[in-house]
Design a protein around this ligand. Structure first.
Ligand SMILES: *Cc1c(COP(=O)(O)O)cnc(C)c1O
Length: 357
């Protein structure tokens, strides 16, 4: 039985066509700037996002880190969501490696920080305070698409106060595909989103299906600085065109198909809604969150795993769709969840109630 792996969109295997593109890629030493495939990718993603330059990165974490450290120096701070990836899931890298203090703020259910909170968190020029330098947003956040009016308002507010702006756009292609106007191409839509920001980081290794890689996009000056920081962080790779070829292939072939992942996420959300003991959150893009009542999340996860379906979480389970899962796999996942509740109805509560994560 084929495993239906819904833990993340990072679990995808490179397709045969992607592996062929990888094998055919012309290569050079990228630390010398000699890798033609890396250079082609960097030019391509810079043009696509409407920025002057871009830098290929081993991971989204390193891309955000280099971006934040290129914008901020020691004793500076950046404003970021309390549950944003850069703040919560990147080991505190900006603080550890750059002495850049995060100023985390509460987010609403869609991931937005209130503009009044952002304004109140921007410190005056006073030796008591860290220097507020940067506003960092994330799109998509937990699968939610940030509305344009919010991106416009928050980045305008930042600019009024002299702050730079950075987007953690690990899944910005999902945001673009989900929010493109009728007849509008996803690439054009990515550029519209990117236009609000001085810099953005995009991941090729999530829904786009490349094995490795992200890119930081921004001004020539910012990218020059980020290149130095990337070298310090050990991210200067040699014949990285092997990986850049996969990212280029993904940009050519895996962007529009994200709509299939979004349709599969909706299929899953619809299939799970109405099951007693589950509360299904909306699926705007490729991520579905499901709250499980009575502390039965871990038992459900175990049951799913025993039947070839993988997900993550404890109380709230997370299911992520991607190019290695089709509608039949989704239907198998739905049927397996239904079986769990049919075979072990509520009341037979699991002993493994686990605290909030
Ligand atoms: C995955 C992710 C990252 C980090 O990317 P890695 O390649 O795993 O380091 C950053 N931000 C968001 C929103 C992500 O989902």
């Amino acid at each position: 039985m084929k495993t239906i792996d819904l833990r993340s969109d990072t679990v995808t295997q490179p397709t045969a066509a992607m592996r062929a593109a990888m094998m055919a890629a012309p290569l050079g030493d990228d630390v010398f700037g000699d890798d033609p495939t890396v250079n082609a990718l960097q030019e391509r993603i810079a043009a696509l996002t409407g920025k002057e330059a871009a830098l290929f990165m081993p991971s989204g974490t390193q891309s955000n880190l280099c971006g934040i450290l290129a914008h901020c120096g020691r004793g500076d701070e950046y404003i970021v969501g309390q549950l944003a990836h850069t703040y919560r899931y990147e080991g505190g890298g900006a603080a550890v490696f750059g002495s850049v203090q995060p100023q985390p703020l509460v987010q609403d259910a869609q991931g937005r920080m209130a503009l009044t909170d952002i304004a109140a968190a921007i410190k005056p020029d006073d030796p008591h305070f860290a220097r507020t330098r940067l506003l960092c947003l994330e799109n998509t956040w937990n699968g939610h698409v940030m509305p344009d009016d919010y991106l416009r308002g928050a980045t305008a507010l930042a600019r009024e106060h002299g702050l730079a702006t950075h987007l953690d756009g690990a899944r910005v292609f999902n945001a673009a595909v989900a929010s493109a106007a009728a007849g509008q191409g996803a690439h054009e839509r990515v550029r519209q989103i990117a236009d609000h920001f001085d810099s953005l980081s995009v991941c090729f290794s999530k829904g786009l299906g490349a094995p490795v890689g992200s890119a930081l996009c921004g001004s020539q000056e910012l990218i020059k600085s980020a290149r130095r920081i990337r070298k310090m962080a050990g991210g200067g790779l040699r014949q990285a065109g092997l990986l850049a070829a996969c990212a280029l292939h993904a940009l050519d072939h895996h962007v529009d198909r994200l709509a299939e992942d979004h349709a599969n996420a909706r299929r899953l959300a619809e299939g799970l809604s109405g099951i007693e003991g589950l509360t299904v959150k909306s699926a705007e893009t490729n991520i579905v969150f499901v709250d499980v009542a009575d502390g039965r999340g871990p038992a459900l996860l175990d049951f799913l795993k025993a039947h070839g379906v993988l997900a993550t979480g404890l109380i709230g389970l997370r299911f992520v769709t991607h190019l290695d899962v089709d509608a039949a796999g989704i239907d198998h996942a739905i049927a397996t969840v239904r079986r769990f509740f049919a075979e072990a109805p509520a009341g037979a509560a699991s002993a493994s109630r686990t605290g909030p994560y």
